[in-house]
Design a protein. Sequence first.
Length: 289
Amino acid sequence: MGGGKIDVYMDIVSLYSYLAFLDLQRTGELLRAHNVEVEFHPVLLGAINVGSGNVPCSSPSAAIPTLMLMQSNGRLKGNQPPWTLPAKAIYGAHDVRRSIARFPGLVVQPPKDLMAVSKSIVPNRALHFIKSHHSPSTFLTILHYLMHLFWSPPNLNLTLPENVAKALLECPAEFDGSAAAQSREGEKKKKKKKKKLFTKEQVEEIMKGAETPQIKEALKIATQEALDKGAFGNPWIWVTDEKGRGEPFFGSDRFHFIYKFLGLPYQDVTLLPPGGKLVLSEGEEEARL
């Protein structure tokens, strides 16, 4: 068995979208071997929260994060985001730490004011222009780079068009996010000029194209498509098997269910006997229970 498609609706301001992206990049070659296509769709998480009713808003069409809407008594309307409810915030810290640990060498530091920098319209429009005008590998590289800049110190503010343009201009052509690659990049910069993903002219074209009606509409369509498929957060993953049957999956830790739905061979979580050996992720040493 095998075959099918994984559609990932994601916003760069969603940490778990970042982790899901990394997981799918890590297993990409195997998924292709099983004839499974993966496609990433930039969407507006804030608009999905509003459109799904996750957070009530007086203006449902607003395409910006509205998780911090307050009532006159200071309490949040609707579902409270994890960091505003003490019990959720405490648990969330554990969950984030465990999730990040699955990617050795990954450095994540949330922006100091996450809500202030989560209005991701500009970068998401730029991503849609790149996706429709450049190669798939170029799109994946810049998608990865923007998430890296947003979630790694010093946390570039991507709500500003000038910062998005700066990021596009500085993105290394061979960026893969690994600590080793970053170290090599630093060394090579001293020896020769590093090849960039885009030229200055291409960046200007991207920023101009991101403001066209067609690209604005593309972002709206992708966001509405996620809502039509039941999305209430990110990453929202819609999986279609070889028979054309589709089901939704939410979050960055549902891949065992996705593999099962697609009929792919996989190894589930398995408890080993005392003294058994546990082989950890690439980059980690073998540990003994």
